[in-house]
Design a binder for this molecule. Structure first.
Ligand SMILES: Nc1nc2c(ncn2[C@@H]2O[C@H](COP(=O)(O)OP(=O)(O)OP(=O)(O)O)[C@@H](O)[C@H]2O)c(=O)[nH]1
Ligand SMILES: [Mg+2]
Length: 316
């Protein structure tokens, strides 16, 4: 079974019996109660209903462009079928949202690239280290050999935090002292992962803002150096975004992608917020796939993004 394939529904414990993500329940409740307001007293989906729906989506962190796209599609459908009932709104809305969401193709490079190197980046506190810890634990549980590089040498407690995750996961941690050159740590990690026949190497990096040029250049340096240890690595540069910041996460994704190479997105902390609608806007507007979502603090709460499960968890 390949963790990187959507065919393997990992971490079933996070799913309720109906196959819904429990961690999205805050967003789910908010959407359902607001949708009830949108259709209240109406039996047909008309312009007034769509106007209210537009307002609801806009204030649910879906974002302007994506909201307008959804409303336009619903308008077209309502025109075609002027008996479109408000009872069907949840169903047609689910269909249109699902059509917008981009699901990354299953990656086969984990099978071909050994080690498969994932470099994890993002702003301070977004959930990088936690995401690495969860990923490491899920991978080792699947029998993969995992190496982790502690290339956040900036924050004092960062290496210890990662060490706790590595030990829990049964992954090897490659570290140096606080203040060491992060590119050198990343190089060491990839090199020793290669020498020890690791399947996956995960590289943690320090939190940084996209507008700090020197810090962005540091990421470029780390990436280049990793490529010297293993050709074509890193195979994935994963940007971690804090989903509970709503539209702010969206802006961060755009700005980070402008400042450096990003190949995949992880959106975390969706359990603590009703702002989960942001995943729809990010998935629709970015040319980078949302690959993982974080819906809690346990290992199983990092999930491969599955658009059907996601939409069902919002609207069922
Ligand atoms: N509820 C919840 N908390 C999360 C999730 N992901 C991360 N966290 C929490 O967010 C906080 C920050 O996580 P870290 O992994 O340390 O974030 P980081 O990006 O590595 O932070 P820096 O290294 O300081 O930049 C921690 O308290 C995590 O437990 C999630 O999906 N759900
Ligand atoms: Mg960290």
């Amino acid at each position: 079974m390949n963790f990187f394939s959507h065919k393997s529904k990992n971490a079933d414990s996070q799913l309720s019996r109906g196959g819904l993500l429990l961690g999205l329940s805050k967003t789910h409740e908010s959407w359902l109660s607001r949708l009830a307001g949108v259709v209240s007293g109406k039996s047909k989906i008309d312009d007034a209903v769509l106007e209210k729906l537009e307002e609801m989506l806009l204030t649910s962190d879906v974002g302007v462009d994506t909201t307008l796209k959804i409303i336009e599609r619903l308008q077209t459908r309502a025109k075609k079928d002027n008996l479109l009932k408000t009872d069907d709104l949840k169903q047609v809305l689910s269909e249109e949202i699902e059509n917008l969401l981009y699901e990354p193709p299953a990656l086969s490079s984990l099978d071909t690239a050994k080690p498969y190197v994932i470099m994890v980046v993002g702003v301070n506190g977004a959930g990088k280290t936690t995401t690495i810890g969860k990923l490491a634990a899920q991978l080792t549980a699947q029998g993969k050999k995992v190496y982790i590089g502690a290339a956040d040498t900036f924050r004092a407690a960062a290496i210890e935090q990662l060490d706790v995750w590595a030990q829990r996961a049964g992954a090897a941690l490659v570290r140096q002292q606080t203040g060491a050159d992060p590119a050198a740590v990343a190089f060491d990690a990839v090199q020793s992962g290669t020498a020890n026949n690791a399947d996956v190497v995960l590289i943690d990096t320090a939190g940084r803002l996209h507008n700090k040029i020197n810090l962005m250049n540091e990421l470029t340096k780390i990436r280049t150096v990793i490529g010297k240890a293993v050709p074509n690595a890193p195979h994935e540069v994963l940007l971690v975004l804090d989903g509970s910041t709503g539209q702010n996460a969206f802006v961060q994704a755009q700005e980070f992608a402008k400042a450096t190479t990003i190949t995949a997105l992880a959106i975390t902390k969706l359990d603590g917020t009703a702002k989960g609608g942001v995943v729809i806007g990010i998935s629709d507007q970015m040319n980078i796939p949302v690959k993982y979502i974080g819906v809690g603090e346990q290992v199983a709460d990092l999930q491969l993004f599955d658009k059907q499960v996601f939409v069902k968890s919002l609207l069922a």
